[in-house]
Design a protein around this ligand. Structure first.
Ligand code: D5M
Ligand code: FE
Ligand code: ZN
Length: 489
């Protein structure tokens, strides 16, 4: 409909239906433009990306773009009529930390030095007030025999049943630390490259540890009380032959409030945010002979299929989408958000963020991290296993770092700022990657690993990986945690 004389209220209402306020001068500009109003609303909202108010400048920019473009009709939205009319609740997603658009790393030696300095500076700060922190190069100058040092862990060697030795290094020097008895067990769980504190006695050419201290998180006793729920999923692997179509469709029916008893529908109705923690698609060439296991052989088509699936989710849910190692972004972490080429395919309630990403959802701080380092943590710490992925995630919180081990199965891009340090303590830590399910509260932080929508692949069979697909965690901050199971196999 081309509008000649149009009612301002109608324009305001159309923006409100999309969840936006609009400045009165911007309304006037739209009235004067004489262009299909639905088209302007659609284009402006697509680019508004969570801003609070649509300004006249926003409208001028879009009008100029439309004028400069050849007049082609917009494709008809696949969104169901009923969904389009649903008024979006005023959600707020505030990205606090994300590498997207900020990457500086070129992989030079200097980058690596800066990267480790950033890691050391940020984590050693956490020990301030708890330990005296004598520079390692100066320990021999102190008068007392007892010292506290903070450093980055080097080689850990088991000497006997009762004794281990590891190196600790800071900018000023390196020292050997001996751990015996119970501390030997703690030392044997050190991953290497994490930053810890050691309190002990100087002896011979090193320190005999009395205590090994992790930076850890303080008890989070923040009183959250929210009236919405957050749904956590990951590893949909759209495009894989083993993608669980039926289970996914059941999930869609539930989240769209189409199935279940009153209680189940009530839970679905309270959902305001859906977080997808990576491996949206299966990708191409990620593991040996993957081509035999993929249904959609083209990466563009995998993302097109993903966009169709996300478009089936009711539009009043804000979807936050972070990539994983199967997605089409750089493999090294921190990974930036999916490029425009793919993100532009998604409906406008999808917000693409990086991996990791720290977001604030109406005061609820969520740290989203795909979880590649969990493979390293599980293989190094003997008491951990893939059936309880939340326990491996707790080890990351203890170390205040999402990928402590450098140069193993999780590649890291040496950014000047270490985005993988957990400098601010989140209310929620969400990961995926290992394809199993687990939740826990660790010192008040809700820890969740959100399984997968892919059954076991031939490759996973070979590496003895037993996925637990179709598990969904639904969390009401300050309230209940609900586990929904869509897989009965
Ligand atoms: O990872 C799914 C799970 O499969 C995760 O725990 C890692 C594991 N995996 C992936 N590649 C390998 C190799 N090469 N060896 C052993 N285990 C592996 P995803 O990211 O979905 O592929
Ligand atoms: Fe995966
Ligand atoms: Zn993965």
């Amino acid at each position: 409909m081309i509008i000649k004389s149009i009612d301002s209220q109608l324009i305001i209402k159309k923006f409100a239906l999309n969840g936006y306020n609009i400045h009165p001068n911007a309304v006037d500009l739209i009235k004067k433009a004489g262009i299909d109003i639905d088209r302007i609303v659609d284009e402006v909202c697509k680019r508004a990306d969570g801003c609070f108010i649509i300004t006249p400048d926003d409208v001028i920019r879009i009008l100029n773009e439309i004028k400069n473009r050849a007049e082609t009709p917009l494709p008809k939205s696949k969104v169901k009529e009923s969904d389009d009319k649903r008024v979006r609740k005023s959600e707020s997603v505030n990205v606090i930390k994300d590498v997207t658009g900020k990457s500086t790393c070129r992989g030079t030696i200097e980058d690596f030095i800066n990267y480790f300095n950033s890691r050391y500076e940020k984590i050693s700060k956490i020990f301030r007030g708890r330990l005296t922190q004598i520079p390692i190069g100066s320990v021999w100058k102190v008068k007392s025999e007892k010292v506290d040092v903070v450093g980055i862990v080097g080689n850990v060697k088991e000497i006997s049943d009762d004794k281990a030795i590891f190196e600790l290094e800071d900018k000023t020097g390196k020292i050997n630390v001996t751990a015996t008895g119970k501390l030997k067990e703690v030392a044997m769980e050190l991953l290497g490259d994490e930053i810890i504190g050691v309190s002990g006695s100087l002896m011979g050419r090193g320190i005999i540890a009395d205590r090994i201290i992790f930076p850890d998180v303080p008890v989070n006793d923040k009183k959250l009380k929210k009236d919405f729920r957050i749904v956590f999923i990951s590893d949909t692997h759209f495009g894989s032959k083993t993608f669980l179509k039926d289970e996914w469709n059941s999930f869609l029916k539930w989240i769209n409030c189409e199935v279940g008893d009153n209680r189940v529908i009530e839970i679905a109705e309270s959902v305001k945010y859906l977080i997808i923690c990576g491996d949206l698609v299966d990708g191409i060439g990620i593991y040996p002979e993957q081509d035999k296991e993929i249904e959609i052989l083209d990466i563009n088509q995998q993302y097109e299929f993903s966009a169709e699936q996300l478009d089936l989710i009711r539009k009043d849910i804000k979807i936050i989408l972070s990539p994983g190692n199967h997605d089409a972004v750089r493999q090294a972490e921190p990974q930036p958000a999916l490029p425009k080429e793919f993100s532009s395919l998604f409906p406008k309630n999808v917000k693409c963020v990086g991996n990791p990403c720290f977001v604030d959802l109406e005061g609820v701080k969520v740290l989203i991290y795909h979880g590649r380092s969990l493979d390293d943590v599980v293989s190094r710490i003997k008491r951990l296993n893939y059936s309880n992925p939340h326990e491996a995630m707790i080890e990351l919180l203890k170390r205040r770092h999402l990928s402590p081990m450098y140069g193993n199965r999780s590649p890291i891009a040496p950014e000047n700022d270490d985005y993988l340090v957990i400098d601010e303590v989140p209310d929620i830590l969400h990961s995926g990657h290992v394809h199993t399910y687990g939740t826990a509260f660790y010192r008040g932080v809700f820890v969740v690993n959100s399984s997968t929508w892919q059954s076991q692949t031939e490759f996973q069979k070979k590496v003895n990986l037993n996925p637990q697909p179709g598990n969904v965690a639904v969390y009401n901050p300050g309230g209940d945690v609900i586990r929904l199971r869509f897989y009965s196999g």
